[in-house]
Ligand binder design. Structure first.
Ligand code: EPZ
Length: 420
């Protein structure tokens, strides 16, 4: 397994181009199954998860042409296999997002039941309950979700018991081809869901309330070809801003959007960062000062995103003062604390709360990545630690960050990848 070797001795500054959003590209690729003709999707990030989703669509018989900049031409009319196999679903839980589109377009879907992962049990009960409310018959056998519906799904009035990104996306994709109107109450409002809805509108879907907690969908009989460009990745943006803040540097992110990160930018300002923004860039300048520790709690958008929690924790670990971090979305998403403490951090865990007392500096150590964003926090910690940090199991990182070492080298980080 590849490893990252990081020496925390570089001043961090510079400019980075942000890639397309993984968590927007994945549902949009799944939604291409709904179309009655070819769709063109641009600004896809070069990530293992994107490759996995493309592989999944191809194994269903979908014709996909990769263009030079990893934009893709997808023609879903050649679908001949309505199954998402275990081998692919076990590597990427987001495979569950083909369930709604397959049911809506073909009336049949067999998706391997996604297991939990390092951050939590990750149930899909709300996805399944919503599809049953729309007339799907669902059974679980042999580790597979087997879903059927006679004719078209029916519009329904659905209240999701939790705010869930994936269930909102699956039910939205199911509803656009259903017969009648579907109302999704307590819907998640993440920008990636707005991007998915815009893609569906581009194909001819009829959706009201985009960006709000209530989505009203008037089902149509078919969806057309379209061309669409995926939004920038706000989580990648927040990750590299956190690296700049932890390293007391000055960094600028281009090809990104400030309007999807309000809660995060406010917290960086509370930490003492000078933030400036334009219509497609964000600049963070610590003016060489040590960040101040900042308390926060994760919650659904527009609150502070769980996907930036561990990166901000790495900044808090070397900040001045004490802060509490509360993780309210996933039951096991504070695991990076143990590895940060092995690097000399002073973090005490109390249930879903971490009490962080900043230390002047961390010490490099061999550490192990456990999930995508926890891995990123270890890389940030390594960038500011004295000595050498070796981050193992970085396949987690490659799922969500495009060539992370090359991007961080552009900021002056002393980081290299070695084949394991
Ligand atoms: C999406 O996961 C993202 N993944 C996650 O990003 C992100 O952390 C998460 O949303 C929250 O923002 C993608 O978009 C591919 P949820 P998802 O359904 O959809 C519970 C990353 O690092 N729940 O919003 O799986 C669930 O247990 C990844 O890029 C149910 O109880 O998250 C959790 O506690 C990690 N029943 C809460 O809802 C259900 O049927 C939020 O989960 C579904 C979810």
């Amino acid at each position: 397994m590849d490893k990252l070797i990081i020496k925390g001795d570089g001043a961090i500054s510079g400019t980075l181009k942000i890639s397309g959003a993984k968590n927007s590209a994945l549902p949009i690729l799944a939604a291409s199954l709904l179309a009655d003709g070819p769709v063109h999707i641009g600004n896809l990030p070069h990530l293992n998860d994107i490759t996995t989703m493309i592989t999944l669509l191809r194994c269903m018989g979908v014709e996909i042409t990769l263009n030079e900049k990893l934009s893709v031409e997808i023609d879903p009319r050649s679908v001949n296999e309505l199954t998402a196999p275990y081998e692919l679903v076990k590597t990427m839980r987001a495979s569950i997002l083909v369930l709604g589109p397959l049911l809506a377009r073909h009336g049949v879907a067999n998706v391997s039941f996604p297991g939990g992962c390092a951050i939590g049990s990750r149930p899909v009960d709300i996805h399944l309950k919503g599809l049953e409310a729309m007339g799907a018959k669902i059974s679980i056998d042999g580790g597979f979700i087997r879903a059927r519906c006679n004719g078209r799904l029916k519009g329904a009035n659905i209240t999701m018991e939790k705010v869930t990104v994936g269930a909102t996306e699956n039910l939205l994709m199911a509803a656009v081809l259903a017969k009648g109107t579907t109302v999704l109450h307590n819907a998640a409002r993440e920008p990636e869901i707005v991007d998915l809805a815009e893609f569906l509108l581009a194909m001819g879907a009829q959706i009201e309330g985009i960006g709000t907690g209530t989505l009203r969908v008037h089902g149509v009989s078919r969806l057309n070809s379209c061309a669409f460009t995926v939004m920038p990745d706000r989580i990648e943006t927040g990750t590299f801003l956190a690296a700049g803040a932890a390293a007391r540097g000055k960094v600028r992110m281009t090809h990104t959007r400030a309007d999807t990160l309000d809660a995060v930018l406010l917290k960086f300002e509370e930490a003492g960062a000078h933030i400036s923004t334009g219509d497609s860039w964000i600049e963070l300048d610590m003016k060489g000062n040590r960040p101040k520790a900042v308390s926060f709690r994760t919650a659904p958008y527009p609150a502070f995103p769980t996907d930036i929690q561990s990166q901000f924790m790495a900044m808090n670990a070397v900040a001045e003062g004490k802060a509490t971090v509360v993780e309210t979305i996933f039951e096991n998403r504070l695991v990076q604390v143990h590895e940060l403490n092995r690097m000399g951090a002073n973090i005490v865990l109390e249930g879903n709360t971490a009490i962080v007392t900043g230390v002047e500096s961390l010490k490099g150590a061999p550490v192990m990545a456990s999930d995508l964003r926890a891995s990123a926090s270890l890389v940030i910690a390594g960038m500011v630690a004295k000595g050498t940090t070796i981050v193992d199991r970085i396949y987690h990182i490659d799922r969500g960050y495009e060539c992370i070492e090359e991007k961080l080298q552009q900021l002056g980080a002393n980081i290299r990848r070695v084949a394991g």
